[in-house]
Design a protein around this ligand. Structure first.
Ligand code: FAD
Ligand code: NAG
Ligand code: NAG
Ligand code: NAG
Ligand code: NAG
Ligand code: NAG
Ligand code: NAG
Ligand code: NAG
Ligand code: NAG
Ligand code: NAG
Length: 595
């Protein structure tokens, strides 16, 4: 017995050594300081590109990631623990927004994954592709049909590996197999644990015609309510680090990942055929360590996310010349679009006191129950810990005759897109947990905002945080839509299925001005920001990257992350980020004639 255990420990040790072969923490452990590609950020998109480019053994890739390793952290793997991974933890960048006028001057938290896998290692795992028309709009903005829904589907399928839910329940009627792929890389599944409210939600979609039932939320036309799909497989979180950097990939001899390496700037080495060329990256060797440099023989790929990518560009002198001069940064490339046109989602939480004790409150109030569920997860990867905080989700449109359309154009991409989202939680999912009572929560998200904000800097110190100013709820359309979303959520729970369940609402007020007090006083971000380094047509008069994601007007620099999506999708964006990273990998391979 002892011997067997001992052998197991040795085997595990060897395995963990091998898993980490390509991942190092200090520059001195790297074999060289020059690679074909240097990828900035080992996050959602960056790891896709690293994994795909190193399929060709003749190509060398270095990933520079500011955070640490994702493995060996149980709470990162346990889906239901997602709400405690941020904010203000070792896995978070700990950002807050600037004071938001639309939030009565409040600053709100803006978590970002500071860990291998980036935000895919800390997010809530909802897998929502959004409306097909969002992608068709990207194709129109870039004049590149390659970004259309139809042409991206093969890349969506390259990413998705559809697997059974943790409880292996009969999923017939809960999704449409014809729009899913079982051969991709990143696990996607239906909820592996059901809450008592799930059936009431589905029943309401049958009782109230205003709320159509969606068999599959990811078929390209998501107006209605259905079961959530999540980046979860075998009961655990599937991130870009667990999937695209699997042990098989990490052991490739041409792939290197340097952790604790915070990039400050990209540096140019002069002109190539009349264009400024970038080929050097400056970063810290260890947390807060001295800065070092590496070079990229072919390209630098910026995948630091929609906050850090514009931040690094601005630090490097790529931005609005007037604004860079005001701070005292020498302009290398005058591109006034860097950091602008940031679009993001807000959410307002609603709760109702309910007549049940089978809500998440129970889990958080009964330590014995919590422990036994945790043990069950550890033993068999089943039970309540295998799911995220929402088993059902839906998107809805304002009626076409809404008064707002007399004064504001419709910012959504068309009839297949929601204007707002309802996200259903069986209780309160994140601390502080209430001492008494059991609750139903519906989060009302604004998914087609017309407000636009910015990411900027106010310091020559590249390690100072960026200023995050999403300008939430600063248009008439945005506040109107959130009010209507709240009214819709209330009509939903007034359906017959909830008759003996709902006791009373937590939030009162029905008039516009009462709702505005609630919204502006309590709404937060749901951290979906996009567009801060947007892609546009080659001949457009604005935009940061061209349709091939190369930074306009320069050589050697490409951007692959959420910042290139010129408008935030009317969905949680990780599915879109994975898809564009898959296509970007092909674009890079084609540009360099690689396998
Ligand atoms: C708490 C939370 C919950 C969310 N829930 C969902 C959800 O349920 N569903 C969904 O679809 N989306 C969700 N999102 C959003 C989604 O996760 C992101 O839109 C997506 O992961 C962004 O991918 P990315 O590649 O652009 O950036 P990231 O995945 O954030 O990757 C950026 C990487 O770059 C690294 N980096 C940044 N700056 C530097 C630097 N200077 N030097 C070196 N490395 C750097 C970061 O550490 C990170 O690893 C959530 C986000 C958060 C924060
Ligand atoms: C995981 O989260 C729980 C809270 O639910 C906390 O008590 C525990 O310390 C965390 N585990 C680790 C290793 O951080
Ligand atoms: C975020 O805050 C936590 C808790 O204080 C800290 O451990 C972590 O290092 C911070 N993250 C960064 C990137 O500084
Ligand atoms: C699953 O449910 C469907 C529809 O209810 C039924 O037709 C099918 O036989 C079930 N499959 C299994 C394996 O039980
Ligand atoms: C650049 O910034 C200045 C100062 O904020 C602003 O007035 C100007 O309009 C910006 N240029 C463009 C093209 O956006
Ligand atoms: C922001 O986007 C709009 C198009 O939606 C464009 O007209 C404008 O020039 C962009 N602004 C900047 C500073 O790039
Ligand atoms: C939940 O409610 C039921 C019925 O009222 C009761 O029998 C049970 O003891 C309660 N469970 C807990 C954990 O409070
Ligand atoms: C919109 O149309 C519906 C159905 O015809 C009607 O009940 C409603 O009053 C109209 N709303 C407005 C603002 O005109
Ligand atoms: C930059 O902005 C931050 C946050 O608003 C502020 O604390 C800091 O003092 C500003 N720095 C400069 C140099 O203006
Ligand atoms: C809402 O109304 C109920 C019943 O009238 C009351 O008990 C509750 O305190 C009110 N809540 C708020 C936030 O005003």
């Amino acid at each position: 017995m002892f011997f067997a255990t001992h052998q197991l420990v040795v085997a595990l040790l060897l395995l963990s050594l091998r898993v980490r072969a390509g991942i190092v923490e200090r520059v001195k452990d790297l074999p060289k300081l020059s690679y074909d590609f240097v990828i900035i950020g080992g996050g959602t998109a960056g790891n896709v590109v690293a994994s795909r480019l190193t399929e060709d053994p003749s190509v060398s890739v270095l990933v520079l990631e500011a955070g640490g390793l994702n493995t060996g952290i149980e709470n990162v793997s346990i889906p239901l623990q997602c709400p405690i991974l941020t904010p203000n933890t070792p896995f978070d960048w700990n950002y807050t927004t600037t004071p938001q006028v639309g939030f009565n001057g409040r600053s709100v938290i803006y978590p970002r994954g500071h860990i291998l896998g980036g935000s895919s290692s800390v997010n809530f795992m909802g897998y929502t592709r959004g409306p097909s028309t969002d992608y068709d709009r990207y194709a129109a903005i870039t004049k590149d049909p390659g970004w259309s829904w139809e042409r991206l589907l093969p890349y969506i399928f390259k990413n998705e590996r559809w697997v059974p839910p943790a409880d292996h329940h009969n999923t017939s009627g809960q999704f449409d197999p014809s729009v899913h792929s079982t051969t991709g890389v990143n696990f996607v599944s239906l909820p592996g644990f059901s809450h008592p409210i799930d059936q009431k939600i589905i029943q309401t979609t049958k009782d109230l015609p205003e709320f159509p039932h969606l068999v599959d939320i990811n078929a390209g036309s998501p107006v209605g309510i259905g079961f959530t799909q999540s980046t979860i497989g075998n009961g655990a979180r599937s991130s870009s680090a667990t999937s695209y950097l699997s042990p098989q990939v990490i052991k490739r001899e041409n792939l290197f990942v340097l952790l604790n390496a915070q990039v400050s700037r990209v540096l140019s080495q002069g002109d190539v055929s009349g264009k400024i060329s970038f080929g050097v990256v400056e970063f810290t060797d260890g947390v807060g360590g001295p800065t070092k440099q590496v070079s990229a023989k072919k390209e630098i790929v910026l995948s630091a996310g929609s906050l850090a990518t514009p931040h690094i560009l601005l630090n490097s002198g790529i931005g609005n010349k007037t604004e860079l001069e005001e701070i005292g940064i020498k302009t290398v490339v005058d591109n006034p679009s860097v950091g602008k046109n940031f679009s993001d989602h807000t959410a307002t939480g609603l709760q109702w006191l309910v007549n049940s004790n089978l809500t998440l409150e129970h889990l958080h109030r009964d330590p014995a129950f919590f422990e036994s569920e945790l043990e069950q997860w550890e033993k068999s990867k089943t039970g309540i810990f295998t799911i995220s905080t929402f088993n059902n989700i839906g998107w809805l449109r304002l009626p076409a005759n809404s008064t707002i359309f007399q004064s504001s154009p419709d910012p959504s991409s068309g009839l297949k897109s929601g204007h707002f989202e309802l996200l259903f939680t069986n209780g309160i999912s994140r601390p502080p947990f209430p001492a008494t009572g059991n609750f139903l929560s519906i989060s009302v998200g604004l998914v087609s905002p017309s407000s636009r904000g910015s990411i900027s800097i106010n310091s020559t110190n590249p390690f100072a945080p960026p200023l995050i100013n999403p300008q939430y709820l600063t248009t008439d359309f945005d506040i109107f839509t959130v009010r209507e979303g709240i009214r819709a959520a209330r009509r939903f729970v007034a359906g017959p299925a909830w008759k003996d369940y709902i006791i009373s609402p937590v939030q009162n007020g029905t008039k516009d001005d009462e709702l505005d007090v609630l919204i502006r006083g309590s709404a937060g971000s749901i951290w979906h920001g996009c567009g801060s380094a947007g892609m546009t047509a080659t001949d457009a008069g604005y935009g940061v990257v061209d349709p091939d994601l190369r930074v306009k007007g320069v050589e050697g620099l490409r951007i692959v992350d959420a910042s290139v999506l010129p408008i935030v999708p009317a969905a949680h964006p990780q599915a879109a980020v994975y898809a564009i990273a898959e296509r970007a990998s092909d674009l890079i391979k084609q540009a360099w004639n690689q396998k």
